[in-house]
Design a protein. Sequence first.
Length: 319
Amino acid sequence: MLPIFKSREDKLKPYLESEVKNFIFTEISPEFLDMADLSFMRDIPIPIRQEDLKAFTENGLSTTQIADNIAVVIGCDTKFKYVDNYLQYLHKLFDEKLILVFANKGEECLKIGNYRKGLAYLRAAMMFKDDALESMFCYANGCRFWYLSMEGDDGVDDLILLLKNESREYFEHCTSAYPQFPQGWYYLGYAYLNMGQYQRTQIAWRHYMSCCGEDDPENIKEIEGRLVELEDPVKIEKGVNDVYQSNIVKFAEVLNTSIAYLMGWDETSISDLENAQLSANAYQDEVEIELAPLFDMNLTKEEAQALVQYAKFLVSQRG
């Protein structure tokens, strides 16, 4: 069952709400509300851009412009005080084509680097109809587009992690609700790969290959190659997952790092593996003295070496 988008904790609000400061709020005249059968908007202030205030006072604003303003507000703050009235306004006056209108506006903003406003439009599409394929896929892809633009920037680790989690979650919902939509599996695979979850990556991309048809030869060739590259990491990950969790905890302690970082679950848990207790020499199977901390964990030699091999792979991938 898909989550109700507007009921979820709005973790992105602090990063988006600055867009709402561009609006002032005023009420629509009772006469117009009665004429347009919008009585539910009585005493409900609507968002108006400051530059449009004169036009609103003199001639009013079109319903589409009001809808556009509403989209930005509820997209920035899914818990906004009047969100239910605003959504009722949108559903009263517009059909599901509005999803594509918001999605297109969001993508246009993202392309020019206006990421906050772009994501606000995509979140507004989710607020309007959160189980539509277009809503979920465009929102997941918008989060991905934004975090990719920030890779290498300082001071944005929390936002990047949040966007990665949102993107991954809604690609998952997208593939769950629409399993024959290949692009959902394509990007979900990359979301898992980015998190170091190689078995899940493999499963997602196999789903992609099973439903993609022959209309996308470049991506098909790309994923075929990726699946070949994944064979060894998947074998290693399966071997590591066969070791008891308690041993993984001890192994993380030996490496002076976190379980989350070691297993690729949480990229914000940064640690310098090169400076860990397990020195570079530990990667050579014949130098057993360097593997001593692992043997003290009551692992078999094979288990210890599998963990070392996995750690070595992680280091090579994270450069």
